[in-house]
Structure formats: structure tokens, C-alpha cells
Design a protein around this ligand. Structure first.
Ligand code: ARG
Length: 559
């Protein structure tokens, strides 16, 4: 139920005869004592030729609807109070019948949204930035679906570029097959680092690397074989991480996928007269937008990252006919995406405005970037496994007899990492802390999972209660929960429009907090209102579970 819409409709119905102006809005009063919604009367002053205060006074007595228990005029506002019986019955009924579809809408009418997410680089560790892209992108894809779109998750794997020439040289000189098989990514990374160290003493290595990359581009079988092998080994490691995170992709279309689609880009830009020579390279100038030129082809004929993204954009528009095309990539690439979009705009691809770069901040530990540079290698898989181990310790203490502890520990540990990432607006940096993310009483994933499990434990104690009818819940203590539940539709829309999963995270935290204080005050199982209260418990559990699902987090029924 979109309560705001219901309020608007009810007002429209009841005010039909007095209506001269269709432009009208409702607001949430800052002070809830003033009512659940307020209708500002300022903008009617002209057409009514009266002061907004007078208008509020005049219209108030005309408003009658079962949705409202009280209507008052306060200054230039009409304040309405919702009828608790009516609203609680309605909302609980919706949750019982819609279950996980509660809060969904069909705004997208099934149209496609491509989401570029994760995109780690092969032969390099899966970085914290890629973790953020994976987690944020996945949640945004779920939000797209909840808003009626068809999300298409695409992993734009970094599997092409001059670095592979260097890597192949390094492998042929110093590598060993066994070591790559054993620990592909750390071995390939150290080969890559060794290459750079050696190249400082022997600069001719750089040329050799370039030559090997050229061979790779020209399809030389041995270099192709090695590249493919590195790619496969890396993918296996990445997929272990995706499995842990519970994220999957509709397409793995990495940079190499566009190799045979690059000429067309250069040709189109050329035909439209947009290519200019600059220091031997071909560029699209963006002076009129006050941006540095977009580099299309290097002086040695090699195409680059931007050209690949142009080919990618064309391919995605043709193949998926997207309504929107999202790129969940760190904020350090903002300039790149602006240049790509501007180059497309200059080439007159009108759909360019449907492409959105969704930036995010860094993952920090002790105020420093958690990165792979300069030996500060943080291997993501180890981090995730540590979160799972810590979760295991905590639940073994809290609930020693719990069955399937391993599975639950995984859900809690991973949930903790994901929630820590998503609970604040994405452009903020994330402070990575095991202690904080696993605090069962903090603003954490485990806190939400725990609240959800507590609800289920109540329902189990009541004999696996599943409400069939909805009961009016009028008690004051429950009202804050009910009124929070009525906002879910709105939050789902807003979170999608802003590409902001933290809105769902915050919503779920508030819901859990309201529920836990209700639970501390009110008896449930041995009360006369048992079934009504249990139906509220069921509703809360259902909505927390749905919020967590959208964020990409599991909700174990006991923990
Ligand atoms: N592999 C790139 C990196 O690690 C991210 C790719 C993002 N997607 C894109 N279409 N450019 O920086």
C-alpha cells in the first residue's frame, strides 16, 4: 500500500466539490503530534483569494473518510490523523497476502536495465573496490526488479590490456606452472610486480611486454593460450568469492569480448568527423564541455579503456535495448564516464542520457585505503572467511545447540560485511571493522538478522503461527511500527530513484528498533491480543527479510 497515495486519493474524493486546483501535496509534519500527514494550503491562496489560514479552516470540516480519524486546521495546514484500525488492518492484510512482493511496484513495466557491476581485473586480486561494486550493484539490481524493471547483471571483467603482455613475459621468464595452479592470483601478482621491479633495471623489458601484447592481439597461439589460462584460473578464484557473496551474473562480458567490436567505434567516430589527431593519438575533443579529450586510439594503433566502453555502450543498447544503463564503478572513474557519455553525445547517440555512472567511495581500514598496492595486499577471500569464523564464534557462544551452525555463520558473516557496506550512502567511505560489523546490538546486518530470528522464534513458539486474517491493531505502542510499515512502498521507490540501497538499510534498522522496543514493553504469547500481536510479528519478520533480501543478505530463521 502506498499510504501517501491513499491519503491523496481520499482527500481528492472527499474534497471534490471544493476543488478548484488539482495541484496539491501532502507532507509529513516534523512533529508527529500534529498528525500523520499535513496538507499545506499556501498555493491555493490565489485561486481562493483567501489567506492559507482561512482556507485550511474552511476545508477542514469538509473532509470525511474512513482513512482519517481526525482532521484539524493548524495555521496554513490541514493536518490529518490516520485511523489506526483501518490502516493496520489494511497494511497487515497486504503483507500477509503479498509476502515478499510487498512494496513492489510495476513502474519499470518490465523494461531492461543493464547493471555493470564488480568487473575485477584478471591476474590481480579482487579488490575492496570490486567488493563494493559487487555488493552495491547487486542491491541496485534487486531494487530495479522490485520497481518493475528487468535487471541484467553484467560483469565487465578486466581481461584485456597491455599488462597482459608484461605478465606473459614475466611468466615465460620466471613463472612456474605449479605455482600458478596452486595460488593463481598471488603468483600472477608477484610475477607482475617482479616485472616492474626488473624493468626499472632493464627498460628493454617494457618493449618486450609491448611486443607480446601485440602478439596476443594478433592471435598468436602460445600467448593466447597463456592469457586464456590466466583468465580461467582467475575466474575460478573470483567465483569462489561470488559464491560466498551469493551474487550471480547474467553475462560475463569482459573487455576482451569487445575486441572485434572496436573497429566499428573508430569508424563511426571517424565518419561523423569527430576524430582528431593529438600527439599522434586519435581523440574526440570535448573542449566545448570543458573536459579533456577522450582518447580513442593510441599512437601505436592500440585502442584503450574508453574505446572499449564506447563499444560496450553500443553493444548494450543494441542487444538489451535498455531503459537505463548503470555503471557501478568507484568515484575515481567519474571523469572517464563523463568523457564516454560526452563522446556518445557528440556522435548523436541520444540514448546516452540513459547511461548513469553510479560512483562510490573507498573502503578504509584505520583511515587508510585497503588496497593491493605496495605489498599491502588484503585478500578478499581471507577477509570474508575471517568474518565467517568470527560469526561462528559468536553464535557458538550465544546459541551452542543451534543446528546448521556453519551455514548460519556464513549468512551472518557475509551479511555483516555486506550491510556494513550498504548502510551509509555509497559515496561515503566505508570504515571496515570486524568488531563493528558483527555487533549484534549495533546498526548491523546481524542485528537485523537477530531481530528477524527473534520474530520467528515467537511464531514457532506460537505453533508456527501464520496469520490468515488481519486484525486491527490499535494499541499506541504498535502504531509506530504500523506507520513505519506504510512507508515501505515509498522507500522502495526512493531508494531506486537515488540508486541508494542505504535507504532500505536505514528503513530496516528503524523497523527493527521500533519492533524491539515494542517487544520489550508488550507481552505477546500470553496476551489476550495474542493473534493480533503475532500477526504484527509476522509482518515485521516478512518486511525485514525482504529488506535484507534486496540488500543481498540472507535471513536465517534461527541463530
Ligand atoms: N575493471 C575496471 C577496474 O577495475 C572496472 C570496469 C568498470 N566497468 C566499465 N564498463 N568500465 O577499474
Amino acid at each position: 500500500m502506498d499510504i501517501k497515495k491513499m491519503v491523496l486519493q481520499a482527500l481528492e474524493q472527499t474534497l471534490k466539490d471544493h476543488w478548484t486546483d488539482t495541484e496539491f501535496t501532502v507532507e509529513k509534519p516534523k512533529n508527529p503530534d500534529f498528525g500523520d500527514y499535513a496538507i499545506p494550503c499556501f498555493h491555493w491562496a490565489k485561486s481562493f483569494k483567501r489567506s492559507p489560514q482561512d482556507i485550511a479552516q474552511q476545508l477542514t470540516p469538509a473532509i470525511h473518510h474512513p482513512l482519517f480519524s481526525k482532521v484539524t486546521a493548524v495555521g496554513p495546514y490541514i493536518n490529518v490523523f490516520l485511523d489506526k484500525t483501518y490502516v493496520s488492518k489494511e497494511i497487515i492484510h497486504q503483507i500477509i497476502t503479498l509476502k515478499e512482493a510487498f512494496g513492489s511496484n510495476s513502474d519499470g513495466q518490465g523494461s531492461n536495465v543493464t547493471i555493470d557491476l564488480s568487473a575485477p581485473n584478471i591476474a590481480k586480486p579482487f579488490s575492496m573496490g570490486h567488493l563494493r561494486s559487487t555488493v552495491i550493484g547487486n542491491a541496485i539490481a534487486n531494487l530495479a526488479e522490485k520497481n518493475g524493471y528487468t535487471p541484467i547483471r553484467i560483469n565487465h571483467l578486466g581481461d584485456w590490456g597491455t599488462q597482459f603482455g608484461k605478465l606473459i613475459v614475466a611468466y615465460l621468464k620466471w613463472g612456474s606452472e605449479e605455482r600458478v595452479k596452486e595460488q593463481p592470483i598471488s603468483e600472477l601478482l608477484s610475477l607482475y610486480i617482479k616485472f616492474h621491479d626488473e624493468a626499472e633495471k632493464h627498460p628493454e623489458l617494457v618493449d618486450e611486454g609491448r611486443r607480446y601484447f601485440k602478439m596476443l592481439e594478433d592471435g598468436d597461439p602460445q600467448t593466447r593460450y597463456l592469457w586464456n589460462w590466466f583468465r580461467e584460473e582467475s575466474l575460478q578464484e573470483f567465483f569462489r568469492i561470488y559464491d560466498l557473496l551469493g551474487v550471480s551474473f547474467d553475462h560475463i562480458q569482459g573487455e576482451a569480448f569487445y575486441n572485434d567490436k572496436m573497429d566499428e567505434v573508430v569508424e563511426i567516430l571517424n565518419r561523423k568527423g569527430l576524430l582528431e589527431l593529438s600527439e599522434g593519438a586519435l581523440v574526440v575533443k570535448l573542449d566545448e564541455y570543458d573536459f579533456p579529450p577522450c582518447l580513442i586510439q593510441k599512437s601505436d594503433g592500440a585502442t584503450i579503456y574508453a574505446t572499449r566502453d564506447l563499444a560496450t555502450a553500443l553493444f548494450r543498447k543494441r542487444n538489451f535495448d535498455f531503459a537505463r544503463s548503470l555503471y557501478v564503478v568507484g568515484s575515481e572513474q567519474s571523469l572517464h564516464f563523463k568523457q564516454v557519455k560526452l563522446a556518445l553525445r557528440k556522435a548523436d547517440f541520444k540514448w546516452e542520457h540513459e547511461m548513469v555512472h553510479i560512483p562510490f567511495g573507498m573502503m578504509l581500514q584505520d583511515g587508510k585505503k585497503m588496497s593491493t598496492r605496495k605489498g599491502r595486499i588484503v585478500l578478499l577471500e581471507e577477509v570474508l572467511n575471517e568474518a565467517i569464523d568470527l560469526a561462528h564464534q559468536i553464535i557458538s557462544e550465544k546459541n551452542p545447540t543451534l543446528e546448521n551452525k556453519d551455514e548460519v555463520a556464513k549468512q551472518i558473516g557475509i551479511g555483516a560485511v555486506i550491510f556494513q557496506d550498504l548502510k551509509n550512502f555509497r559515496t561515503n567511505d566505508v570504515d571496515f571493522s570486524f568488531e563493528q560489523m558483527l555487533n549484534f546490538d549495533g546498526e548491523t546486518g546481524p542485528y537485523l538478522q537477530y531481530t528477524h530470528a527473534r520474530c520467528h522464534s515467537l511464531l514457532r513458539k506460537a505453533g508456527s503461527f501464520i496469520p490468515e486474517t488481519s486484525y486491527p491493531i490499535t494499541e499506541q505502542e504498535a502504531w509506530i511500527i504500523i506507520s513505519h510499515l506504510t512507508r515501505f512502498d515509498e522507500v522502495v521507490k526512493q531508494a531506486w530513484e537515488d540508486y541508494d540501497p542505504s535507504k532500505i538499510a536505514r528503513y530496516a534498522l528503524d523497523l527493527a528498533r521500533h519492533f524491539n522496543s515494542y517487544y520489550a514493553k508488550v507481552r505477546i504469547l500470553d496476551s489476550e491480543d495474542r493473534d493480533a500481536r503475532l500477526s504484527l510479528v509476522y509482518a515485521v519478520a516478512t518486511v525485514i527479510e525482504e529488506c535484507l533480501r534486496v540488500l543481498g543478505i540472507k535471513s536465517p530463521p534461527s541463530m
